[in-house]
Design a protein around this ligand. Structure first.
Ligand code: ADP
Ligand code: MG
Ligand code: ZN
Length: 480
């Protein structure tokens, strides 16, 4: 492998989060009963005319501005002609020679150092329907077509072949997904297909300029599969070349169960699609005011937020990255850190404890079931010594399930930390009485036994004693 370098470019289809389809008024509701969200336009009836959904255009422009693309003043819809049973018109309306946007990029930070992955283009197109091969009484004999998804608005985002490893492809897709979710363009669900990724993969001798012959991998429906499929394909291509074989350009389907890619068909050329301008839609004109408004509407983007978190709160790049994967989590952290003044603690809770709570309740990674003000109060209780860090964890979990403030929970759960020296002295006295020989050896200088007594007092207090105060007490009593 050391002799070879991979070259990877991703084509990502992002479902634009609109209520209705791109060229008709049908709802974008793929879960409705099969074919219940269809009309003459998305069923491809002859003579039915498409009307462009302004909301879809707005979201695509927003995505383009968030990705730093140049938005074209004029873009043109085109027909991409092919036959497939999920495509009732016999063509897909897409943009070809004049896409909505070009240029731009996504910044990633692999271990080898920060890099910008450039984009070729971002264009608008419609989704196809879905073939249903299983689960129906007649499935043994027939496949069925569900056109609820046909006409769903998509933005296709195509990267330059700037990626060099499967890890970089993963980071690129993760960052792109975050930007699309963060700006409300797309909900970014790979498993459910609202974000889909095809990976173009080739290899070349390390140091060579020219690109090798590429395979386009389809069906990468999870982050893990994107990485696995690319790694598999790189190894496969290197294997063929090293054994003196030749590669042919084509499309392959990733089989996640078998962990292999299977060739599907030879690569189509653009001419196979007989692209031509869509006669039923005028060119799409985007004026400067619309573009400026889209820029103004953008929130602070994840990369900027990450940089600010590092500068303002002294976070590590890793923690700042983790806190800017989901916007509600970034908001949660920032509000708690600003209110309480302990950013380190707020980051720990918002990364590790929040993930634990989300996993336990099977919540999505952007769900934050705790008020930031409650987290700030909880951190205040820890910092003042009123609760221990382990009790704080239990209180955090209870806040998530109950929505109640930490003060109430400390009382109800009996989790107040005991810092009162008189109370702790009494506990220590009891422990000393139970372990007289250990105490004698400690007093004679066997200092390792100090932790033994701290632990016993902690246990006697059911974990609620303040360990720092207990340790100080044990030291003082031993030396007396
Ligand atoms: P097509 O539309 O036929 O799929 P494009 O030229 O639009 O072809 O490229 C699609 C994707 O393939 C882009 O992401 C591009 O970066 C990538 N790509 C092009 N050539 C190569 C190559 N030799 N190896 C890997 N990726 C490539
Ligand atoms: Mg392609
Ligand atoms: Zn319709």
């Amino acid at each position: 492998m050391a002799d070879w370098e991979a070259v990877i470019g991703l084509e990502v289809h992002a479902q634009l989060d609109t209520r209705s389809k791109i060229f008709c008024a049908c709802a974008t509701d793929a879960a409705a009963p099969p074919n219940a969200r269809t009309c003459p336009v998305c069923l491809g009836h002859p003579g039915a005319l498409p009307v462009l959904n302004r909301g879809a255009v707005r979201l695509a422009i927003r995505a383009a501005k968030a990705l730093g693309c140049d938005v074209a003043a004029t873009s043109v819809f085109a027909r991409k002609n092919y036959f497939y049973p999920d495509l009732p018109k016999g063509y897909q309306i897409s943009q070809y020679e004049q896409p909505l946007a070009t240029g731009g990029g996504v910044d990633i930070e692999p271990a080898s150092g920060p890099r910008r992955i450039r984009l070729i283009r971002l264009h608008l197109e419609e989704d196809a329907g879905k073939l249903v091969h299983e689960g129906l009484p007649s499935s043994g004999k027939a496949s069925h077509v569900d056109l609820n998804r046909a006409g769903t608005p998509l933005a296709e985002i195509v990267s330059e072949p700037d990626l060099r490893t499967a890890e970089e492809a993963y980071l690129y897709l993760q960052r792109l997904r975050t930007i699309l979710r963060w700006t409300g363009v797309c909900d970014g669900n790979l498993e459910q297909g609202s974000l889909r990724c095809d990976a173009n993969v080739s290899v070349r001798p390390r140091g060579a300029e020219a690109f090798g012959v590429r395979t386009e991998l389809k069906n990468l429906n999870s982050f893990r599969n994107v990485q696995r499929a690319i790694e598999y394909e790189i190894a496969r291509q290197v294997g063929v070349l090293e054994s003196g074989g030749r590669l042919t350009q084509g499309t392959a389907l990733w089989d996640a169960d078998a962990g292999v890619s299977r060739p599907m068909r030879g690569k189509e050329e653009a001419q196979d699609y007989r692209y031509f301008p869509e006669p039923d839609l005028p060119p799409l004109l985007v004026d400067a005011a619309t573009e400026a408004e889209a820029s103004r509407e953008l929130p602070e983007l994840p990369a900027a937020r990450k940089a600010r978190f590092i500068a303002a709160f002294g976070l590590s790049p890793e923690d700042a990255h983790a806190l800017t994967l989901e916007r509600p989590v970034a908001d949660f952290f920032e509000a708690a850190a600003s209110a309480g003044g302990n950013a380190r603690a707020a980051a720990n809770f918002a990364i590790h404890d929040l993930a634990r709570v989300q996993n336990a309740a099977k919540l999505p990674p952007d769900a934050v079931p705790i008020a930031a003000s409650h987290l700030a109060s909880l951190i205040g209780l820890v910092d003042s010594g009123a609760v221990s860090t382990s009790a704080a964890r239990a209180i955090f979990d209870a806040m998530a399930t109950s929505g109640r403030p930490p003060g109430d929970l400390v009382r109800d759960l009996g989790l107040a930390q005991i810092s009162d020296e008189e109370v702790l002295k009494a506990l220590l006295a009891g422990v000393v009485e139970a372990y007289p020989s250990e105490w004698k050896r400690l007093r004679e200088g066997k200092l390792q036994l100090e932790e033994f007594f701290v632990g016993k007092v902690m246990r006697a207090s059911k974990g609620s004693a303040n360990p720092a105060v207990v340790r100080a007490l044990v030291e003082a009593e031993r030396a007396r």
